[in-house]
Design a protein around this ligand. Structure first.
Ligand code: CAA
Length: 380
């Protein structure tokens, strides 16, 4: 068993880490967090480094890397700005991947190549007011009009919504068939009838954008169908399998970032005449934090490795997402504790990690959904 990263994987990791230090530095993050400001420039700069399509081959506009490299990049970005981490994770895992996997060569050329090059940004429209964990309850309808579909409906909690150019959207093409009547379409923000609704004011990840999408008689060409009619639920589930590796990487980055903060702070903060890191009680606390981070890292890298090397990775992805998001909350909470009263104040960065960590237990399937996926796999 070889746990060493390859030179190529290390290069992607370093590029992302350098970018995060330079472009997403904590003062910028803090400013964007407070003001809930959105800025597209980091995406454009990351694109200029050729990092928006890490796992896709160069002929598809990608960087020719693998999913492990992609996971490493999301971890490094999320150590500094998990809002940018989820922007990239949705762009790659939830929008580019289903087009790569289920799209025709024409759809690759039209949508995947610009996504991989970072000329366009991607998003994923599955969640609706009555289709959250129960993703099969899709109400958005696509009526067959011969050479096109006419799409009507609303999607909510759409990460990158309104900022993204290309959307993978799930629709009912045949309501009578239940989840076998769901299909997946590629839609563009500029299609007439496609509009952007409410912007959510979120507890964390405030540098990211989460919005409602509204479709009123949007004409979508038939050639924008991914896979076949009725395959949408399977496409959504397999896409979320990969997305959960992205969220696990993001949660891992949050935990690792919070741990780094705590280590640095406790070495500098002097009380009772010595740095507080000299107290064994705090040393043991940080030992536990570091052990949790390392366990989450191994699960996450293993899930990414499994995706690179095997057709089946649902269970591994769900386990990584479940564990990494739970320990992100624990480690971020411990970091706040180690900062003492300052940890509770917004002038210090610890509290932001705690707010950012919470959503990782909720999106791309709550952690009870991850348990459904894992138990389904082990009891099948
Ligand atoms: N791969 C392939 N096929 C799969 C699959 C997978 N991972 N999971 C399920 N399927 C197939 C099953 O094999 C089954 O097919 P057959 O009928 O042919 O046997 C079919 O799909 C139905 O499976 P289930 O009966 O297990 O489906 P279910 O309705 O009980 O749902 C669920 C299972 C796991 C709870 C699923 O609904 C789910 O994952 N829900 C959570 C949705 C979610 O994650 N939403 C997040 C939105 S995106 C987001 O959060 C983005 C963001 O903002 C960052």
């Amino acid at each position: 068993m070889n746990f060493a990263l390859t030179d190529t994987q290390k290069a992607f990791q370093k590029t992302a880490a350098d970018f995060a230090a330079k472009e997403l530095a904590p003062t910028v993050v803090a400013r964007y967090d407070r003001a809930a400001k959105y800025d597209r420039k980091p995406f454009e700069k990351f694109a200029a480094l050729g990092m928006c399509g890490i796992p896709w081959s160069k002929d598809l506009g990608g960087a020719g890397g693998d999913y492990v490299s992609y996971a490493l990049a999301i971890e490094e970005l999320s150590k500094v700005d998990p809002g940018f981490g989820i922007c990239m994770s949705v762009h790659v895992s939830l929008c580019s991947w289903p087009i790569y996997k289920y799209g025709t060569p024409e759809l690759h050329k039209k949508y995947l190549v610009p996504l991989a090059q970072g000329k366009t940004m991607g998003a994923f429209g599955l969640t609706e007011p009555n289709a959250g964990s129960d993703a099969a309850m899709q109400q958005t309808v696509a009526e067959d009009k011969g050479d096109h579909y006419l799409v009507n409906g609303t999607k909510i909690f759409n990460t990158n919504g309104g900022e993204a150019d290309t959307y993978v959207v799930f629709v009912m093409t045949d309501k009578s068939k239940g989840l076998k009547g769901i299909s997946a379409l590629v839609m563009e923000k500029t299609m007439p009838g496609f509009s952007i609704g409410k912007t959510e004011q979120t507890m964390g990840l405030r540098s990211a954008r989460v919005r409602e999408l509204v479709f009123q008689n949007v004409k979508v060409p038939k050639e924008n169908l991914l896979g076949k009619e009725g395959e949408g639920f399977k496409i959504a589930m397999t896409t979320l399998d990969g997305g959960r590796i992205g969220v696990a990487s993001q949660a891992l980055g949050i935990a690792a970032g919070a741990l780094d903060l705590a280590i640095n702070y406790t070495k500098q903060r002097v009380q009772f005449g010595k740095p507080i890191s000299a107290n064994q009680a705090l040393q043991f606390m940080m030992a536990d934090m570091a052990t949790k981070v390392q366990a989450a890292r191994l699960l996450t890298y293993h899930a990414a490795y499994t995706k690179d090397s095997s057709a089946s990775y649902s269970k591994e992805a769900a386990m990584a997402k479940l564990f990494a998001s739970d320990i992100a909350m624990e480690v971020a909470s411990d970091a706040v504790q180690l900062f003492g009263g300052y940890g509770y104040c917004e002038d210090y960065p610890a509290e932001r990690y705690l707010r950012d960590a919470k959503i990782t237990q909720i999106y791309e399937g709550t952690n009870q959904v991850q348990r459904m996926v894992i138990s389904g796999a082990i009891l099948r």
